[in-house]
Design a binder for this molecule. Sequence first.
Ligand code: ADP
Length: 588
Amino acid sequence: MKKSSKWQDISGLIADSFRMSRANYVVLTFSAVVESARSIFQMMIPAMLIDKITGADAFGSVMNAVFFYALIVLLADASKKALSLFSTAFGYKAGNRAALSVGQKGMRIDYGGWEDTETYEGMLRAVRNTWVFQNITDLLCENWIASIITLVPVLYIFSYVDVFLLLPLSGLLILEVFLEKKTDKRVYGLEEGRAADEKKLHYDEKVMTDLKYGKEIRLYGAMEAVVKKYEESRQKVFCSLKQQKKAEILFRVSASAIACAEAVLIYLAAIREYGKGAVTISFFLLFVGAIRLFTESVKSIAENFEWVRELADYYGDYRKFMEKQEGFLAAGGKKDAVQVPFAIEFRNVSFRYPGTEEYVLKNINLAFPYGKKIAIVGENGAGKTTLVKLLLRLYDVTEGEILVGGINIKEIEYSAYLKLYAAVFQDFKLHSYSIRENIAFQESGKDELIWELLRRQGLDGAVKQTKKGLDTFLTKELDQEGKDFSGGEKQRLAMVRALYRNSPFFVLDEPTAAIDPLAELRYFESLKEETKDRTAVFITHRMASTKFADIIVVLDQGKVEETGDFDTLINSGGIFERLFNIQACYYM
Ligand code: ADP
């Protein structure tokens, strides 16, 4: 990731915000012009009225002027409000666009990247900070441009008087900006530190409220422990928020004291000029107004400048996430077609997880001919899931290569590559969407095919019993009329989803871990039938299930220790036979 200086972040922020909504810049610049015209006009009103009164204008004419001036100020305010309607809409759109690009970026980051908490927290921060795009536009246009335009007539008025009294005033302004900067820095630090605590709080909240945790929590009497954890997390976040509030209040009190001192100085300066007899009463009023506008504008520019730097910090989080390496989707090869049938070959493959030293797979050499059923077995931690993760390119190999149809999988375009596979994992996830969406991931699926697959998996009866058929939601989480399926039914639904994909290669990572041996038997019979002219690799911890396999691969401590069919391995005196006999004992 390239390093970026504060200035690069500032220019990046301005360029990105401009790219996200040019219309917002146009509207807000126009609004800034209206705002400064209003301020300057308002500054001139007392002097103009005094001139009229001392010039012995008729009472009616003075009153007309008052109404006329008030009308102009009102019109300026109304146009500003009208413009703010547009800028709010444009700003909202810009924020949306930024949040969407963070979401899309997240989807492009590979699985390995996602296992890294820094990536996850980076994404949370990036989404949370997308407000900066609206703020930078507001600041640059409404404060900066408006203040600069306002300063022109103000400085012109100053050219008529002795301006040395402005020095202490500038000192006070600098002090205020300095204090504000310190406070902002503290707030940013606290917010950053809070991100991890907030993540934990969200998790604790989920554990307390999510149905899926409820059963175990009650059974194990863990209610108190869970509530305690939640309370601790809330307390931590609360403490950090309290510290932030304290810093903010302290700053506000100091800022009020400084504002008081500023007011005293303004009047002293004005009285001094008037006392010298060099100016008229109307110029005195104009001067007081001009000094007020001067302090407001300079403060606004200085604060704005500081604030831009702060915004650049927030933007830095967004940029860092957007620059994260995307992995396979971006770096995938160009080849997009693999001809079916294809064989798969692991050639001298070794692998260690990113950021770790130890190899979890060592010099793997395997061949999966097309159309075969391959079982991968081995004790926990042997590397079975990792092998499958490499095949699905959730990670890239550290050494060696995986060939599909003779092509190194790194050379194949990633999304085309993934289309070759239908995978069911042990912790497969079904969603609180309709049954159709769970299977097709679309609102309109090929209903006939879905019904046919449901029938083949023995689920059509259960779905037909529901009022809404394929539109029935899974679980009651989002729909009272939703259907709760049993463990085995969910299993088969996940299988329907995989079959619907119609891929030539099935990958099943212990999908039967949660069902009983009889259901597992039926599952594998159905699997064999459904995938008869396709390849299927399945990981299982039940040795008996390997009877369905044409090839069994036994992994041990990251190495392939045995390969062969069931009849060969069961009498080989090796690991497979030992594991089989241990499990068989339990069934005898
Ligand atoms: P199996 O599926 O045979 O139980 P795994 O492939 O899940 O084994 O794990 C193999 C080894 O890799 C284990 O030692 C495990 O701790 C390690 N491992 C698994 N996932 C990660 C990961 N994301 N980061 C680091 N090490 C991991």
